[in-house]
Write a protein that binds this ligand. Structure first.
Ligand code: AMP
Length: 118
């Protein structure tokens, strides 16, 4: 079972922000922005490329709800789905990075800057 499946099942701890029957939002363990949340479906889906439109139709309002709960809908945010090897995806379970709390710089998305603070 993958690490995010274990988090979804409560077998691994997480710093949870929001949860419903199908989705979960929790703080990234290695944040690269003042607010760095990961949003996952509880069902195992490998990445964005293999996500169905039905899943995304339900996931989109959940992501918007998370942004609203954290007041990021007021200040703005960046939403990222790393997909596959070249996308820099490390965990093979669909997740969106919700980044905010600062004026984010686009240049820091370069590969070598992955773990620098934004
Ligand atoms: P990605 O490179 O898009 O696959 O991102 C994976 C993210 O998961 C990274 O930002 C990690 O810091 C984060 N991560 C890995 N393990 C955990 C964990 N146990 N709890 C929270 N975040 C995690």
């Amino acid at each position: 079972m993958c690490i995010f499946c274990k988090i979804a099942k409560g077998e691994l701890p997480s710093n949870k922000v929001l949860e419903d029957d199908e989705f979960m939002a929790f703080h990234d363990i290695n944040p690269i922005a003042p607010v760095h949340i990961l949003i996952i479906p509880k069902v195992h889906v490998e990445n964005f490329q293999s996500a169905s439109s039905e899943l995304m139709a339900k996931m989109t309002p959940f992501i918007q709800r998370v942004a609203k709960e954290l007041c990021l809908d007021q200040t703005g945010y960046r939403l990222i789905a790393n997909n596959g090897k070249d996308g820099g995806q490390e965990v093979p379970h669909l997740h969106f990075h919700l980044l905010g709390g600062a004026r984010l710089k686009w240049t820091h998305l370069a590969k070598d800057d992955t773990h620098k603070s934004l």
